[in-house]
Ligand binder design. Structure first.
Ligand code: PLP
Length: 404
């Protein structure tokens, strides 16, 4: 692979970008479908989709057309004014979430902001008395702003920024821990239905159903963070559908506008009555450009049945992974097109580097897990190429027989 342009840009990156970011491995120039090209013209199969964001892949004509038309018409007006795309997306979200007529939508610009809004919603839950406690799960990820970081169950991310907003307690992800923690002083329970950043970890069987029963019993808001799992990725519009429940609120972002920044909090039933005028807001939130992008993406997911595609292709992808004769492959986790691969000997970063060298973008959220989140449009050709490229990457990693 050529490094002619690499030398220059890595130095520039190291000088000007905030040290919060490691210097990336590639500088990308363009994309089309499930592929991207770097500045040197090398092609990569993209099985990460900008971390579950590019639902329609890259440069999808439906999204390109919608965004081009909208920016040429009306890009932004502030929240002093309504626009047709904003209302259309709000109505679409209340429909696909199952919130229906009693649902309401607050628009913002990212996942962390959606969870900030949800955290403020939790503070407003005073049903039946004084509620100071908020429950969230160990190892779950909810974002990097102060509020969403307070919800995030990863102490190393939080410690440098303490004190964080008070009242959040992190519990183990077991039905027993939930039963022991919940009471009438809890305002909200936050759940990430598949812990993506932790390595695509599934909830224990029955967890969400029990969470729904207990939250209902104690007047607690059940808030599900579908920022990574939502809008079709798991083979359902939302991951909570697998459990046959509805939450009181859901946060979405990432995949809903295919790469245009957006986030939203959707409330259900009584939770829709909690916020009152002036209690929250955002300059950009719900602007016509981002919401037109959201309508285009969600409209195309619906038209082309990409939710069904995510379910079917997810099964095929899992069969491919289980079919490798490699001692490195352990368990296969997640649902639909959010796939986690447990590695028996660690080496996830080495494996993702080897994949990149073989023209395949995947992700190592930690040293023992690989995460795959390809665009929802993946088909036969992409899966066949994945099989070959990932197979080559796997074969290039020497195995020692040790267990991680
Ligand atoms: N919640 C979950 C489950 C996420 O996966 C993420 C991002 O990875 C976030 C929240 C934060 O979203 P953002 O990076 O858009 O702020």
């Amino acid at each position: 692979m050529s490094t002619s342009t690499t030398t220059g840009w890595t130095d520039r990156f190291g000088h000007t970008m905030m040290r919060t970011l490691a210097t990336p491995k590639l500088m990308l120039a363009r994309g089309e479908g499930c592929r991207v090209w770097d500045v040197d013209g090398n092609e990569y199969l993209d099985f990460l989709a900008g971390i579950a964001v590019n639902s329609l892949g890259h440069a999808h004509p439906v999204l390109v057309d919608a965004v081009s038309r909208q920016i040429a018409t009306l890009a932004h007006v502030s929240n002093y004014f309504a626009t047709p795309p904003q209302l259309e997306l709000a109505e679409r979200l209340t429909r696909i979430t199952g919130a229906g007529d009693a649902g309401r939508v607050y628009f913002c610009n990212s996942g962390a902001e959606a969870n900030e809004a949800a955290f403020k919603l939790a503070r407003l839950n005073r049903s039946g008395g004084h509620r100071t406690r908020v429950l969230a799960l160990n190892n779950a990820f909810h974002g990097r702003t102060m509020g969403s970081l307070a919800l995030t169950g990863k102490p190393p991310m939080r410690e440098a920024f303490e004190p964080l907003p008070a009242g959040v307690e992190h519990i183990d992800t077991t039905i027993e821990a939930l039963e022991a923690a919940i009471d009438d002083r809890v305002a909200a329970l936050f759940v990430e239905p598949i812990k993506g950043e932790a390595g695509v970890l599934d909830l224990p069987d029955g967890f969400l159903k029990r969470a729904r029963e207990l939250t209902e019993q104690h007047g607690v808001l059940l808030i599900i963070d579908e920022i990574q799992t939502g809008v079709g990725r798991t083979g359902r519009w939302f991951a909570y559908e697998h459990a046959g429940i509805l939450p009181d609120a859901v946060t979405v972002a990432k995949g809903i506008a295919g790469g245009v920044p957006i986030g939203a909090l959707v409330t259900f039933g009584w939770a829709s009555e909690l916020f009152s005028q002036g209690q929250h807001g955002s300059t950009f939130g719900g602007n016509p450009l981002a919401t037109a992008a959201g309508n285009a993406v969600l409209g195309e997911i619906e038209r082309a049945d990409l939710v069904g595609n995510a379910e079917r292709r997810g099964e095929e992808l899992r069969a491919i992974i289980r079919g490798y004769d490699s001692p490195l492959i352990g368990d296969v986790r997640g649902q639909g097109l959010l796939v986690g691969i447990g590695l028996t000997e660690g080496e996830a970063h080495r494996l993702s580097d080897a994949a990149l060298a073989n023209g395949l973008i995947i992700n190592a959220p930690n040293e023992s897990s690989i995460r795959l989140a390809p665009p929802l449009i993946v088909g036969d050709d992409e899966l066949a190429e994945f099989r070959e490229r990932f197979g080559r990457a796997l074969a290039s990693i020497p195995t020692t027989g040790k267990k991680s």
